[in-house]
Design a protein around this ligand. Sequence first.
Ligand SMILES: Nc1ncnc2c1ncn2[C@@H]1O[C@H](COP(=O)(O)OP(=O)(O)OP(=O)(O)O)[C@@H](O)[C@H]1O
Ligand SMILES: [Mg+2]
Length: 246
Amino acid sequence: MSAILQIENVTAGYSADIDILRGLSLNVRKSSVTGLVGLNGAGKSTVMKSIFGFLRPRVGRILFDEQDITHGRPHELASKGLWLIPQDGGLFDYMSVETNLRLPIETRRAVNGLSRAEIDRRVADVMEQFPILQEKRRQLATRLSGGQRKLLEFGIAHVQRPTLCLIDEPSIGLAPKVAEEVFAHISTLAKTGTSVLLVDHNIRKVIEVASYVYVLTLGTVSAEGESSVFQTDLHGQVKEWLGINY
Ligand SMILES: Nc1ncnc2c1ncn2[C@@H]1O[C@H](COP(=O)(O)OP(=O)(O)OP(=O)(O)O)[C@@H](O)[C@H]1O
Ligand SMILES: [Mg+2]
């Protein structure tokens, strides 16, 4: 299956003397969910930040649709069709729900060339898809519940219509029913043509929605495979991945 994103031998870190990602290579498949799992601190969010230009790899390269984006900046990458739903949230707390939906795309209008009518259409689409955002459109983001905030982040991603959406720990802190909705939504994204790189601590759900899964250990890929292979013996596989011998 062809790849929309290729990470080749990337080494990256937050300070000059410590590497967090160490010779990491992985591919994200086109129009499909690729999963990335690993222990706390393995470097999963660091992978996302390196792809989206918040962290510059010291070694290696990152290709998006065969184009080198290794040292791209977040706003440039957004205009090329990438988007990140970060683990720690990316909302403007003291702006309204509607402003949160509009701002990221409106501030890039000079680059993306979208008409105001097109932006209005996209925002209206999101409001229709997530009625709670329509209902709360004039409220400040800070007044939303955890689940509603997550829906708003997905709504913002929808407005961008990304080719590749990086989604970091979407189910963290959500009630099981809301988490189910979020995972269903991710499956729909992939079915409608968006490629997804998904990180989540719920390994079972990642394997369910992803077609291919990578395991990250201390900044490098320690196991990988078709998710169908992992589905049959998840417990044994997870123990093996994480080096648990009991
Ligand atoms: N801004 C930062 N400055 C310095 N070190 C950082 C920074 N962010 C993360 N790290 C370090 O990088 C390593 C990997 O962190 P990262 O957040 O990528 O892990 P993770 O796999 O996403 O973990 P979790 O499952 O807890 O979200 C950790 O040792 C962490 O302390
Ligand atoms: Mg993380």
